[in-house]
Ligand binder design. Sequence first.
Ligand code: TXA
Ligand code: MG
Length: 334
Amino acid sequence: MTTRHLDARNPEQRQQAITLLASGAVVAVPTETVYGLAADASNPAAIARIFSAKGRPSGHPLIVHIHDAGQLPRWANSIPEQAWRVAEKFWPGPLTLILPRHASVSPAITGGLGSVALRVPGHRVLRDILKTLDTGLAAPSANPYQGLSPTRAEHVLAGLAGRIDAVLDDGPCEVGLESTILDLTGDTPRLVRPGPITREALEVVLQQSIENDSGQTAAPGNELIHYRPRTRACRVSGEKIAATLAWCQQQGLQAGVISYSDLSPELDRLPALYQLICLPADKAGYARQLYHAMHELDGTQADIILVQTPPIESEWSDVMNRLQKATDLLSSIT
Ligand code: TXA
Ligand code: MG
């Protein structure tokens, strides 16, 4: 299959994406977090195409994207008061809620679970599409199974060209990391995946503390190995990067380095340094560019990617969560 590269700024091409989605095709669409691989959530044949394009095991549940919180009762049952409260505060935005599923939701979407993941995205183009289609769009991140999430249309094409009908290109994603996932199906709210909406911000609105997900949630897909570049990637503290590059030189390895503090004066002369990408030191700026930096280095001749360990502050917990899945600790390989 030929994957069409559609321009979201062109009204005719936006309309083509809508027509494709309405006909049961799979189309990668921009969201404010990462590009999603979308299909009509009410069409089981379309949902099946998402799984085969990604190589995602069936049984891994998908997030359903809806236009507004008013549509929640179409997809969820017994919606708790807390859901309305966080929806009011954080939607449209990078927050996904796990709620008891409505009986009509296809088990292909929920992985057979009794719950369903729902999100009202903040991206203008996607919101227009949802409004026009008047259905939910199931959409996991638009990458091959266990690969790095895409934050640009080029990343989508690098991983899925020939396997999906189209990508609707609206340039780089604003947030750059996947949504926060909050499970509201139990007595106590649980954080299934840290994300751009912080635990602290949610606790203020819920007026209740949020439990950590102990990993027991039946959430296949939320596993340890995930978000991987093809190139081996390791996290290293800033002060150890120079020594690590010396080790790389001994091993005959060329290293791409991703930092958030300016290490170039120390590193520039080191022969094992293939490329240095210095990201912004503020969390939002860093998150916006992290996956792009990893995609970039993954496409070069670098043998290894070294990522400077981010600050251990709660604001950075979503970055740390993704890096723990995308990278190894260097000590495990030296
Ligand atoms: O920002 C995002 O959330 C992006 C954009 C495209 O919206 N989507 C995304 O989807 O990251 P995906 O499929 O890559 O990650 C969704 C996660 C998976 O780890 C899945 O296991 C979990 O959500 N999930 C989905 N439904 C669930 C459920 N009913 N219970 C627990 N976890 C669920
Ligand atoms: Mg994903």
